[in-house]
Design a protein around this ligand. Structure first.
Ligand code: NAP
Length: 167
């Protein structure tokens, strides 16, 4: 049986997730959550996300970067040409498969869950604000999810909710 796919994302109310190749916010509580959830796991991510995450190969993470740039392949970082190739490689590694974006990778993962029925656990941090940006989380709410956890949090700038949704 294939491993379930975990998809982790921080998303504003207008579904913005990024701006100018960076996160459009600084939310230490969510950064800690993201690092804790991905530590020791397989992280599947796009090349831009990889380039902006210096700690990606620390804390026991096993990164698989989706890119055409074969020069990025190394001992600690594996590359794959497509999401399907990345998931095939991830299946033989220890740990959960955590899909970390960006936009196209989230979209292809959600489509895969929909078309193949593959089990999926979504870990969205819902940021309760409309935020300007250029990168978006594809719509996920039309799919049938079961909410299995919810925790509210806030700092001086944002209210946000850590959710866990399964299908
Ligand atoms: N809020 C969050 O939780 C969150 C999460 C993730 C990302 N972000 C934000 O989103 C932005 C980065 O995401 P992005 O969507 O712009 O870029 P990305 O997915 O990180 O990187 C895009 C690159 O990855 C490769 N790629 C991506 N999808 C592919 C696919 N399906 N098949 C083959 N190759 C693929 C290509 O690399 P090559 O050009 O090298 O071939 C493409 O140019 C940043 O602003 C980041 O901060 C936010």
């Amino acid at each position: 049986m294939l491993k379930p796919l975990h998809l982790i994302v921080a998303c504003a109310e207008n579904r913005v997730i990024g701006r100018g190749g960076q996160l459009p916010w600084h939310i230490p509580g969510d950064t800690t959550h993201f690092h804790d959830e991905t530590a020791g796991q397989i992280v599947v991510l796009g090349r831009v996300c990889f380039e902006t995450w210096p700690r990606v190969a620390l804390d026991g993470r096993r990164p698989i970067v989706i890119t055409r740039n074969t020069a990025l392949d190394g001992e600690r970082v594996k590359i794959a040409a497509t999401l399907v190739d990345a998931l095939t490689a991830a299946e033989s590694l220890p740990g959960k498969i955590m899909i970390c974006g960006g936009e196209r990778i989230y979209a292809e993962t959600l489509a895969l869950a929909e078309t193949t029925g593959r089990a999926m656990i979504l870990h969205p941090t819902l940021i309760h604000a409309e935020v300007p940006g250029d990168t978006f989380m594809p719509e996920w709410r039309h799919l049938a999810w079961r909410e299995t956890a919810r925790r509210e949090s806030a700092d001086d700038n944002f209210h946000y909710t850590f959710l866990t949704l399964e299908r």
